[in-house]
Design a protein around this ligand. Structure first.
Ligand code: PRP
Ligand code: MN
Ligand code: MG
Length: 179
Protein backbone atom coordinates (compact mmCIF):
# COMPACT_ATOMS: atom_id res chain seq x y z
CA UNK A 1 0.00 0.00 0.00
CA UNK A 2 3.05 2.26 -0.06
CA UNK A 3 3.29 1.91 -3.82
CA UNK A 4 2.68 5.06 -5.83
CA UNK A 5 -0.53 5.18 -7.81
CA UNK A 6 -2.80 7.48 -9.73
CA UNK A 7 -6.56 7.35 -9.99
CA UNK A 8 -8.29 7.38 -13.36
CA UNK A 9 -11.98 8.27 -13.47
CA UNK A 10 -14.12 5.26 -14.32
CA UNK A 11 -17.69 6.36 -13.49
CA UNK A 12 -18.42 10.08 -13.19
CA UNK A 13 -20.42 11.69 -10.39
CA UNK A 14 -23.00 12.67 -13.00
CA UNK A 15 -23.38 9.09 -14.29
CA UNK A 16 -23.77 7.82 -10.71
CA UNK A 17 -26.47 10.40 -9.97
CA UNK A 18 -28.39 9.49 -13.14
CA UNK A 19 -28.21 5.78 -12.31
CA UNK A 20 -29.43 6.42 -8.75
CA UNK A 21 -32.47 8.27 -10.10
CA UNK A 22 -33.41 5.28 -12.28
CA UNK A 23 -32.80 2.79 -9.46
CA UNK A 24 -34.96 4.81 -7.07
CA UNK A 25 -37.89 4.66 -9.49
CA UNK A 26 -37.61 0.85 -9.47
CA UNK A 27 -37.27 0.68 -5.68
CA UNK A 28 -40.32 2.95 -5.28
CA UNK A 29 -42.35 0.61 -7.50
CA UNK A 30 -41.23 -2.46 -5.53
CA UNK A 31 -41.96 -0.90 -2.14
CA UNK A 32 -44.89 1.32 -3.20
CA UNK A 33 -47.16 -0.12 -0.49
CA UNK A 34 -44.67 0.06 2.40
CA UNK A 35 -45.61 1.73 5.66
CA UNK A 36 -41.92 2.36 6.30
CA UNK A 37 -38.81 1.00 4.62
CA UNK A 38 -35.75 0.27 6.75
CA UNK A 39 -32.74 1.25 4.66
CA UNK A 40 -29.66 -0.55 6.00
CA UNK A 41 -26.22 0.73 5.05
CA UNK A 42 -23.23 -1.58 5.39
CA UNK A 43 -20.42 0.37 7.02
CA UNK A 44 -18.19 1.81 6.04
CA UNK A 45 -18.18 1.65 2.24
CA UNK A 46 -21.87 2.38 1.65
CA UNK A 47 -22.03 5.71 3.50
CA UNK A 48 -21.88 7.91 0.40
CA UNK A 49 -24.20 5.76 -1.70
CA UNK A 50 -26.85 5.46 1.03
CA UNK A 51 -26.78 9.23 1.58
CA UNK A 52 -27.46 9.94 -2.08
CA UNK A 53 -29.94 7.06 -2.41
CA UNK A 54 -32.23 8.01 0.48
CA UNK A 55 -32.36 11.64 -0.63
CA UNK A 56 -33.60 10.51 -4.02
CA UNK A 57 -36.08 7.97 -2.62
CA UNK A 58 -39.67 9.17 -2.35
CA UNK A 59 -40.81 6.69 0.32
CA UNK A 60 -41.22 6.78 4.12
CA UNK A 61 -37.90 5.44 5.40
CA UNK A 62 -35.81 4.78 8.43
CA UNK A 63 -32.01 4.46 8.29
CA UNK A 64 -29.96 1.90 10.16
CA UNK A 65 -26.39 0.65 9.85
CA UNK A 66 -24.56 -2.62 10.20
CA UNK A 67 -20.84 -3.17 10.03
CA UNK A 68 -19.55 -6.45 8.66
CA UNK A 69 -15.92 -6.55 7.80
CA UNK A 70 -14.07 -9.06 5.69
CA UNK A 71 -11.20 -7.05 4.26
CA UNK A 72 -10.02 -4.65 6.92
CA UNK A 73 -6.97 -3.02 5.39
CA UNK A 74 -6.05 -6.11 3.38
CA UNK A 75 -6.22 -6.33 -0.40
CA UNK A 76 -7.88 -9.74 -0.33
CA UNK A 77 -11.13 -10.97 1.23
CA UNK A 78 -10.69 -13.00 4.44
CA UNK A 79 -13.83 -14.94 3.40
CA UNK A 80 -14.82 -14.86 7.04
CA UNK A 81 -17.41 -12.20 7.66
CA UNK A 82 -17.56 -10.75 11.15
CA UNK A 83 -20.35 -8.54 12.48
CA UNK A 84 -18.61 -5.59 14.13
CA UNK A 85 -21.75 -3.51 14.70
CA UNK A 86 -25.30 -4.81 14.52
CA UNK A 87 -28.53 -2.96 13.66
CA UNK A 88 -30.08 -0.76 16.32
CA UNK A 89 -33.63 -1.93 15.64
CA UNK A 90 -35.36 -5.28 15.09
CA UNK A 91 -36.46 -5.94 11.52
CA UNK A 92 -38.97 -8.75 12.06
CA UNK A 93 -42.02 -8.07 9.88
CA UNK A 94 -40.39 -5.01 8.33
CA UNK A 95 -39.56 -4.01 4.76
CA UNK A 96 -35.78 -3.86 4.46
CA UNK A 97 -33.40 -2.61 1.79
CA UNK A 98 -29.72 -3.44 2.30
CA UNK A 99 -27.37 -0.94 0.66
CA UNK A 100 -23.85 -1.92 -0.32
CA UNK A 101 -21.16 -0.14 -2.32
CA UNK A 102 -19.67 -3.16 -4.09
CA UNK A 103 -20.15 -6.90 -4.45
CA UNK A 104 -16.81 -8.55 -5.11
CA UNK A 105 -16.39 -12.17 -3.93
CA UNK A 106 -19.95 -11.89 -2.59
CA UNK A 107 -19.10 -13.09 0.92
CA UNK A 108 -20.11 -9.87 2.70
CA UNK A 109 -23.55 -9.29 1.18
CA UNK A 110 -24.32 -13.02 1.07
CA UNK A 111 -23.56 -13.38 4.77
CA UNK A 112 -25.48 -10.25 5.77
CA UNK A 113 -28.48 -11.23 3.63
CA UNK A 114 -28.71 -14.64 5.30
CA UNK A 115 -28.27 -13.13 8.75
CA UNK A 116 -31.04 -10.56 8.20
CA UNK A 117 -33.38 -13.10 6.56
CA UNK A 118 -33.09 -15.23 9.70
CA UNK A 119 -34.77 -12.36 11.56
CA UNK A 120 -37.87 -12.80 9.39
CA UNK A 121 -38.38 -9.44 7.73
CA UNK A 122 -41.56 -9.03 5.68
CA UNK A 123 -39.50 -8.30 2.56
CA UNK A 124 -35.75 -7.98 2.12
CA UNK A 125 -34.04 -6.64 -0.99
CA UNK A 126 -30.50 -5.51 -1.63
CA UNK A 127 -28.86 -2.92 -3.81
CA UNK A 128 -25.19 -2.54 -4.69
CA UNK A 129 -23.73 0.34 -6.64
CA UNK A 130 -21.04 -1.83 -8.20
CA UNK A 131 -20.83 -5.48 -9.07
CA UNK A 132 -17.74 -7.44 -10.13
CA UNK A 133 -19.29 -10.74 -11.24
CA UNK A 134 -15.96 -12.15 -12.45
CA UNK A 135 -14.71 -12.22 -8.85
CA UNK A 136 -17.65 -14.09 -7.35
CA UNK A 137 -16.90 -16.96 -4.94
CA UNK A 138 -20.43 -17.55 -3.65
CA UNK A 139 -23.65 -17.74 -5.62
CA UNK A 140 -25.11 -14.35 -4.81
CA UNK A 141 -26.72 -11.62 -6.84
CA UNK A 142 -28.02 -8.31 -5.54
CA UNK A 143 -31.60 -7.38 -6.49
CA UNK A 144 -30.44 -4.07 -7.94
CA UNK A 145 -27.04 -3.16 -9.31
CA UNK A 146 -25.83 0.25 -10.38
CA UNK A 147 -22.97 -0.77 -12.64
CA UNK A 148 -21.34 -4.03 -13.57
CA UNK A 149 -17.58 -3.51 -13.74
CA UNK A 150 -14.54 -5.56 -14.77
CA UNK A 151 -11.99 -6.77 -12.23
CA UNK A 152 -10.28 -3.44 -11.59
CA UNK A 153 -9.15 -1.96 -8.29
CA UNK A 154 -11.72 0.78 -7.70
CA UNK A 155 -11.88 3.60 -5.16
CA UNK A 156 -14.02 6.62 -4.36
CA UNK A 157 -17.68 7.33 -3.63
CA UNK A 158 -17.23 5.53 -0.27
CA UNK A 159 -14.82 2.84 -1.44
CA UNK A 160 -11.34 2.82 0.07
CA UNK A 161 -7.85 1.67 -0.70
CA UNK A 162 -6.35 1.05 2.76
CA UNK A 163 -8.92 3.54 4.15
CA UNK A 164 -8.00 6.30 1.70
CA UNK A 165 -9.90 7.88 -1.21
CA UNK A 166 -13.42 7.26 0.16
CA UNK A 167 -14.16 10.97 -0.33
CA UNK A 168 -13.67 11.08 -4.09
CA UNK A 169 -17.01 12.12 -5.65
CA UNK A 170 -16.62 9.63 -8.52
CA UNK A 171 -15.58 5.98 -8.97
CA UNK A 172 -11.94 5.78 -9.96
CA UNK A 173 -9.61 3.05 -11.04
CA UNK A 174 -6.28 2.63 -9.25
CA UNK A 175 -3.28 2.49 -11.53
CA UNK A 176 0.09 1.73 -9.97
CA UNK A 177 2.86 3.86 -11.44
CA UNK A 178 5.90 1.90 -10.30
CA UNK A 179 6.74 -1.74 -9.66
C1 PRP B 1 -15.61 -3.97 1.07
C2 PRP B 1 -16.81 -3.40 0.33
C3 PRP B 1 -17.87 -4.46 0.51
C4 PRP B 1 -17.08 -5.74 0.52
C5 PRP B 1 -17.19 -6.44 -0.80
O1 PRP B 1 -15.79 -3.73 2.45
O2 PRP B 1 -17.22 -2.18 0.90
O3 PRP B 1 -18.53 -4.30 1.74
O4 PRP B 1 -15.71 -5.37 0.78
O5 PRP B 1 -16.35 -7.56 -0.86
P1 PRP B 1 -16.84 -9.07 -0.92
O6 PRP B 1 -17.99 -9.17 -1.89
O7 PRP B 1 -15.62 -9.78 -1.42
O8 PRP B 1 -17.22 -9.50 0.46
P2 PRP B 1 -14.61 -3.83 3.53
O9 PRP B 1 -14.64 -5.16 4.19
O10 PRP B 1 -13.34 -3.43 2.86
O11 PRP B 1 -15.00 -2.76 4.62
P3 PRP B 1 -15.33 -1.20 4.37
O12 PRP B 1 -16.70 -1.14 3.77
O13 PRP B 1 -15.27 -0.59 5.73
O14 PRP B 1 -14.27 -0.65 3.43
MN1 MN C 1 -17.81 -2.64 2.88
MG1 MG D 1 -12.69 -1.64 2.50
Amino acid sequence: TDRAYVIDEMISAKAIAARIEALCREIQTEFADTDKLVVVGLLRGSFVFIADLVRELDLPIEVDFLEASSYGDAMESSREVRILKDLRSPIEGRDVLVVEDIVDTGHTLNHVTHLLLSRQPKRLKSIALLDKPSRREVDFRSDWIGFEIPDEFVVGYGIDFAQRNRNLPFIGKVRFTEA
